[in-house]
Design a protein around this ligand. Sequence first.
Ligand code: KMH
Ligand code: ZN
Length: 265
Amino acid sequence: MGAELTTEQQPNLPVTPESLARDAIECADAGASIYHLHVRDEAGRPTMEVERFREALGAISDATDLIVQFTTGGAVGDADDARVAPLELRPEMATLTTGSVNFGDEVFLNPPPLIERLYLRMRSLGILPEYEIFDAAMIGNAIALYDKHGSEHHTHFDFVLGVPGGLGYRPGVLEFLVGLLPTDATWSATGIGRVHVPVAEETLAMGGHVRTGCEDVRYLEPGRLVGSNAELIERVAALARSARRELATPEATRDVLGLPSAGRG
Ligand code: KMH
Ligand code: ZN
């Protein structure tokens, strides 16, 4: 789950800048438009080291026109300063979890001063936050945050359903969550583990966008480890086609999110 996944548990994780670039190309070819990025050290352990983010961002941006979205959640227990630091590289987007949540046997801590610090840093650097919603109260926290500081940016939410300790998936949950969003917001959803397919199907039917990848899904089916991020994107792309939903290019996604086009960046 998340950055907590090790290369022992999932040997197919891209780690080096070269493998991240290859992975990003495959993802783009399969229909992705945003690349949510965690980085790892040479031993495959999660890190928030700025240099690793710099190399990864350079490699992915040279190889594709995908929107690169940095994690600011990192791995459970990462220090606040470490979570803020990579933002200095000015990725187009970064995640912002607007509340604390139990996370397996641990706690993913996001106290209000850290949330505000991350938000203000993103805003001052022109980075678009993606509000990561692991539980319903986080929606109100996000709205209160940009109401306080000015919401001149587009608002985009991502529902993460099925983390042990967070909000789970069942029919009706997405409708409830979407009902709490401001009317001009866009949203995506991801189901952790075995709920990834029903979450994707319901999201597509409701007009939302879908996130998927090795961070969220370990097994393609019982006993069969996911071979690559692209394999999961291909699965979602097939679901999108049967739901008569078009795949957005990175440029179309920039347009939806109010990001400058890559050419004007
Ligand atoms: N690894 C989780 C503690 C994010 O990328 O911002 C946080 C996470 C969310 O994965
Ligand atoms: Zn993440």
